[in-house]
Write a protein that binds this ligand. Structure first.
Ligand code: CP
Length: 329
């Protein structure tokens, strides 16, 4: 593994990621993808380091993927389950983090339903001069950087398998469809895809895509971000379509008439793909509400669907991220 200069200690958001950082992740993930396809599948890169997986909100993909990535790098992994932890006895999240720090954790991977929790723990860990790195594994409506980076890797390595780099996105039209208002995945992807030069088209009902949404995005390239309240103009000649889960657990108001009507107007199916480029590919971060955001047959069709590739690539990308922050200067 060639040493790539990396100085970022915590990964909280993609808002301030640089092109060099994106490319470092893509190149390193590509090397780890080769490792994962080899017979041994394992390297000693993080031997002796401790990764604490602290998920205060449910997860299948991100949690398991970080765990497998840490194991493939030969790190020791601590898995935290809130329902059987001392949180139930009143211990605070910060004291939980300090407990793992006292056990020697070097990297804490944190998911929480409230935006800002990983950042706050990072600030507290810095105050203690602990040297611990914090990784945001998804916080509220804010950011989900590892999902954004694995989506970026999936697209870029499809465009150039041997040399995935972010400028491959230049001139590509990408549609993001669905519950954008509640999506931390959309916010991370908007940052990375715009940084690579893509033209981004967001489509959703007005209740899930407020007209002032673009103003809330902290990105220099907002002139390449377009909002639509109907699907066809967003899909017209699109190279990639990202569908998003309807996050019913975050919908506090009556935002949709019915799931059936949502599927009729914004669901992605073969018929809708006719608007796109003939070789269009479809992504979804998962978990999927089958037959709502995307038709079940399209979801399982390897000619169009990259959903399984996203999950597979997630391990290589998270190995790259743990490796880079585990060896940051
Ligand atoms: N995409 C994603 O974050 O999935 P999980 O909630 O299963 O981790």
């Amino acid at each position: 593994m060639t040493a790539i200069p990396w100085t970022r200690k915590h990964i909280i958001s993609l808002e301030d990621f640089t092109v060099d950082e994106y490319n470092a992740v893509l190149t390193t993930a590509s090397s780890f993808k080769d490792v994962l396809q080899s017979r041994t599948k394992k390297v000693p890169a993080l031997q002796g380091q401790v990764v604490a997986n602290m998920f205060f909100e449910p997860s299948t993909r991100t949690r398991s993927s970080f765990e497998l990535a840490a194991k493939r790098l030969s790190a020791d992994i601590l898995n935290f389950a809130p329902s059987s932890s001392s949180l139930t006895k009143g211990e605070t999240i910060l004291d939980t983090a300090k407990t793992y720090l006292a056990m020697g954790a070097n990297i804490m991977v944190i998911r929480h339903s409230q935006s800002g929790v990983p950042l706050n723990i990072a600030l507290e860990m810095d105050k203690l001069k602990s040297g611990v790195s914090i990784f945001n594994a998804g916080d509220g409506l804010h950011q989900h950087p590892s999902q954004g980076l694995l989506d970026l890797f999936t697209i870029c390595s499809l465009l150039d398998e041997k040399n995935p780099h972010i400028s491959l996105l230049k001139g590509k039209k990408i549609a993001i469809v669905g519950d954008i208002l509640h999506s931390r995945v959309a916010r991370s992807n908007i940052n990375s895809l715009l940084a690579g030069g893509a033209e981004l088209h967001l489509a959703a009902p007005p209740t899930l895509l407020p007209s002032l949404f673009a103003e809330t995005i902290n990105n220099t390239y907002r002139e390449r971000l377009f909002l639509h309240w109907q699907l066809p103009p967003a899909l017209e000649k699109a190279d990639f379509v990202m569908t998003l889960r309807l996050q019913k657990e975050r919908m506090t108001d009556y935002l949709l008439p019915s799931l059936r009507e949502y599927h009729q107007l914004f669901g992605i199916n073969y018929e809708r793909l006719q608007y796109c480029q003939p070789n269009v590919k479809v992504l979804h971060p998962g978990p999927v509400n089958r037959g709502v955001e995307i038709s079940s047959d399209l979801m399982d069709d390897p000619q169009f669907s990259l959903i399984s590739d996203q999950v597979t690539n997630g391990v290589a990308v998270r190995m790259a991220l743990l490796y880079l922050i585990g060896n940051s200067k």
